[in-house]
Design a protein around this ligand. Structure first.
Ligand code: MN
Length: 450
C-alpha cells in the first residue's frame, strides 16, 4: 500500500466522510471553527484559504475505526499490529536520484526564495500567540549514532524563515542537546501532508535509537520510501506534500506560546527553541494538513500509541488484561480504563500499579470486568456506580510525578487514584449481573414499524 495522503483523501471522499468547502475561509480562527464543527463525523477539505494557493485538510482520522481503516485493517487488529511493529521495525528504502523525478521536488525554494508565508498556517485558538504548524513530522538524526528520530512538535511561524518549537523532554530534545553541547546547530526536516500511518508511527513510545519511519514501514508491511533533502543531510517520505528544511539554532531561545493544547487549556508562553529554515520543497498543487488541537484527530494520534504501550506493560503484570482504553475526555492521557478477566483476588490492583508505571501521564485508573464496554463511558460509569465501595475499592497515592500541562498538578507533581470497579472475587456474581431482554440483539425494528 502506498502511504500517500491523496489515496486516503480519495477514500474519505468515497466513504462520504470528507466535506469540501469551496468558499474562501480565513486561516485565522475561521478555518479551525469550521473544522471543529465538522469533527468527529467529517473531515474538512478547504479548497480556498485566504493568503495561500494551497488547500488545507483537517480531521483525517477522527475515530479509532478510521485510523485503522487508513491502514486497511479493523481496529481490533490495529493495536496488535502496532505492538508488533514496535517489536519488529522494517528498515526504510532511500531512493536514489535516478529513481526520480519525485513530485516533492517539483518546487524547490532555497536561500532568499524561502518564505513560510506561502503556507496556509492557521491560528487555531483565540489566545494562541500566532500561526502554527501542527501536523509536521519532525525528522532529525542523532549525531552519535546517525539514527533518525521522527516526532510531531508544534511550530510557531515567526517570520519568513524562522519557526519556534516546543521540544518536551523527549527524543528530539535529547538529540538537540548533544549538538548544542558542542555549540553546533541540529539539522531538521519537517514533512507536512503525509499518510495517517506515518503520523501514527511518529507517536510510538520507543527508546531513543528507534527510527519511527521503520515502525511506519512495519505497520504498512513494506519499507517506507524516502528521498534526500536539498540543504540538510536528512531523508524524508517521498510521498510528502511539503518539506521544510532547516536547523535548530544552538544557544538561541525565543518566546513561544501561549498555545491551546490537548488538555483544552493553554500551554504558557516561555523561551523555546528556534529553527532557521534553509529550504521549502513542495508538490504541484500541494495539500497542507493542519491538526486542530484537542480534536479527536489530535487526541487519538497520541492515544492509540499509548494504549499499545500501556497494554504491553500491564500484560507483564497480569496476563488476564483484555483491553485498555485511554479516554478522549482526559486528552487521551490521564484516564485509563482496563478490562480485566480477573482470576485472582487483588489482581485489579496489580493491573492499576502497572498502568501507573507505564507513563507519568496516567492519573486515574478504573478496572472493570469483561461484561463492561470500555469504550462506552456510560457503561464504565455504571460499573463505578454499582460495583464500587469507595472505602474498599479506591486508593490514592500522593505526590507522584504527573504532567506539567495538567493545571491541577503542582508543577507536574500529581496524585494518582485507582478505582477497582470489578465484582469482588468472593461476592455472589448474580447480584451484579446486568438485566437483559431475551432476543433484543437480533430483533429488527423494521419488522415492527411498517
Ligand atoms: Mn523517538
Amino acid at each position: 500500500m502506498k502511504p500517500d495522503l491523496r489515496n486516503w483523501l480519495s477514500e474519505m471522499d468515497r466513504q462520504g466522510i470528507m466535506k469540501h468547502i469551496s468558499r474562501e475561509v480565513s486561516p485565522i480562527n475561521e478555518l479551525a471553527a469550521v473544522g471543529k464543527k465538522l469533527e468527529p463525523e467529517y473531515g474538512a477539505f478547504f479548497e480556498h484559504v485566504e493568503g495561500s494557493t494551497m488547500p488545507v485538510v483537517t480531521g483525517l482520522m477522527t475515530s479509532r475505526d478510521r485510523m485503522a481503516m487508513s491502514l486497511g485493517m479493523p481496529y481490533e487488529e490495529l493495536l496488535s499490529r502496532f505492538s508488533k511493529a514496535l517489536a519488529e521495525p522494517l528498515p526504510c528504502k532511500v531512493l536514489g536520484a535516478e529513481e526520480g523525478p519525485f513530485a516533492i521536488k517539483e518546487n524547490i525554494l532555497t536561500g532568499a526564495q524561502v518564505d513560510l508565508g506561502i503556507l496556509p498556517a492557521c491560528l487555531h485558538h483565540e489566545k494562541d500567540s500566532g500561526r502554527y504548524l501542527t501536523a509536521a513530522l519532525c525528522v532529525v538524526k542523532d549525531p552519535d549514532t546517525g539514527i533518525r528520530n521522527v516526532c510531531i512538535h508544534r511550530h510557531e511561524v515567526k517570520d519568513r524563515n524562522h519557526l519556534g518549537a516546543l521540544l518536551l523532554p523527549r527524543h528530539t530534545n535529547q538529540i538537540f542537546s548533544k549538538a548544542e553541547a558542542e555549540g553546533r546547530p541540529l539539522e531538521v526536516a519537517l514533512a507536512i501532508g503525509v499518510h495517517p500511518s506515518l503520523l501514527l508511527a511518529s507517536q510510538a513510545t520507543t527508546p531513543l535509537g528507534v527510527d519511527e519511519f521503520e515502525i511506519a514501514g512495519a505497520l504498512l508491511g513494506e519499507p517506507l520510501e524516502l528521498v534526500k533533502c536539498e540543504t540538510v543531510d536528512l531523508e524524508v517520505p517521498v510521498e510528502s506534500e511539503i518539506i521544510i528544511e532547516g536547523r535548530f539554532l544552538p544557544n538561541v531561545r525565543e518566546n513561544e506560546g501561549p498555545f491551546g493544547e490537548y488538555p483544552k487549556t493553554y500551554g504558557p508562553k516561555a523561551p523555546r527553541h528556534v529553527i532557521e529554515v534553509t529550504a521549502i520543497t513542495y508538490r504541484n498543487s500541494a495539500i497542507y494538513h493542519t491538526i486542530i488541537p484537542a480534536t479527536m484527530e489530535h487526541l487519538l494520534l497520541g492515544g492509540i500509541s499509548r494504549e499499545a504501550s500501556i497494554m504491553q506493560v500491564i500484560r507483564q503484570a497480569t496476563p488476564n488484561v483484555r483491553k485498555v482504553h485511554i479516554t478522549p475526555a482526559s486528552g487521551c492521557r490521564y484516564h485509563v480504563v482496563i478490562q480485566l478477566d480477573q482470576k485472582h483476588e487483588g489482581e485489579a490492583k496489580n493491573a492499576m500499579f502497572a498502568a501507573f508505571t507505564s507513563s507519568t501521564e496516567v492519573k486515574h485508573v478504573v478496572v472493570v470486568d469483561p461484561d463492561i464496554d470500555i469504550y462506552d463511558m456510560q457503561d464504565v460509569e455504571w460499573a463505578i456506580a454499582n460495583r464500587v465501595q469507595a472505602g474498599r475499592d479506591v486508593f490514592i497515592i500522593r505526590d507522584a510525578m504527573g504532567n506539567k500541562l495538567d493545571p491541577s498538578s503542582r508543577g507536574g507533581v500529581s496524585d494518582k487514584m485507582g478505582i477497582d470497579a470489578t465484582i469482588p472475587m468472593n461476592d455472589k456474581k448474580e447480584r451484579f449481573q446486568k438485566i437483559h431482554i431475551h432476543g433484543y440483539e437480533n430483533l429488527n425494528l423494521d419488522d415492527y414499524l411498517k
